[in-house]
Design a protein around this ligand. Structure first.
Ligand SMILES: [Fe+2]
Ligand SMILES: [Fe+2]
Length: 307
């Protein structure tokens, strides 16, 4: 698929699980906020939301990717970072888990014009989790409610372009032997519970001229290595300028962490900004394995890749 190359991409972390004032910046590429300069404190939460700008071909597009776990951190951090929802051209949903769409209805309620939303059709399937402390869910993203609140739905299953500037992968092709569905996440299909294959999860992919691919994932349940390989296959671009997202590794155990690190080493990402569901144990191992590329994704962090 022909993906236009852009002059710049910025990804600002609106909501994530972490905030650490001592995490270093990388001047010009990864910038951290100075909390004392903000009009109000940032809130970290188990959820994800990114404020993304895409610049190229004389256009600048603003995307909101995911909507956190609830309106509380999302609206607070939008205000703290001085962003206005009216500027958002479209919302992209990574997958149908409530820690990614929990603030979505409130976003729609605060818009005075319709909001285009790009999402995979399977995001509407009810989801559950089997945890060591019992079952939680089901949760369901209700399509009718989105429409009622002014969403303009762009539903896909396969690869699709977002506003002509970035690619949504659609269902990720599974090619690694070790990134297989975990036993905990379930979904309901026609009332029947099944292991969630995460057909609904997709990465947002942009191509920055002279730098390579910027790949942004939500939870990366299909596996970050699968997602990168699929993005490379779809775009024909092999260089990986940046991987940003939750990598959902600690929940998969030590073997998955070890194998994923080995797979990532082959892909040679120049920047690896991991947070959210990656889990502390996996984050520490990624930090050791990628001493130059790895950065912790904290609320208020801005990643900028430019041609
Ligand atoms: Fe998540
Ligand atoms: Fe998830």
């Amino acid at each position: 698929m022909e993906l236009p190359s852009l002059s710049a991409v910025t990804v600002e972390v609106l909501v994530d699980n972490f905030y650490d004032v001592f995490e270093p910046s990388r001047p010009g590429v990864v910038e951290r906020v100075v909390p004392g300069r903000l009009k109000k404190p940032l809130v970290a939460a188990h959820g994800l939301a990114y404020w993304i700008t895409l610049e190229g071909n004389g256009r600048r597009t603003t995307l909101l990717m995911d909507a956190a776990n609830s309106p509380l951190p999302l609206l607070n951090n939008l205000e703290a970072l001085e962003h206005d929802l009216a500027e958002v051209d479209a919302l992209v949903l990574s997958h149908g888990h409530p820690d990614h769409y929990g603030g979505l209805l409130e976003v729609l309620a605060r818009r005075d014009k319709p909001l285009p939303i790009f999402l995979h059709r399977d995001s509407y399937l009810p989801k559950l989790l089997l945890t060591p402390k019992g079952r939680v869910g089901p949760w369901e993203l209700e399509r009718a409610e989105l429409v009622r609140r002014g969403a303009q739905l762009h539903e896909n299953t396969g690869p699709t372009l977002v506003l002509g500037q970035a690619l949504l992968t659609g269902t990720v092709e599974a090619t690694t032997p070790y990134e297989t569905p975990l036993p905990g996440p379930k979904r309901l299909v026609a009332g029947q519970e099944e292991n969630d294959p995460f057909s609904d999860e997709q990465a947002l992919v942009a191509h920055v001229q002279g730098q390579g691919l910027v790949i942004v994932g939500g939870c990366c349940h299909p596996g970050i290595v699968n997602m990168v390989k699929y993005a490379q296959k779809l775009t024909g671009v092999t260089e990986v300028a940046a991987l940003i997202g939750g990598l959902h590794l600690t929940a998969g155990g030590p073997d998955l962490i070890r194998q994923t690190i080995a797979g990532l080493k082959e892909l040679k990402p120049k920047l690896l900004v991991a947070g959210h569901c990656t889990g502390f144990r996996a984050l520490t191992q990624l930090a050791l394995a990628f001493p130059d590329a790895f950065m912790v994704s904290c609320v208020g962090t801005t990643v900028r890749l430019a041609a």
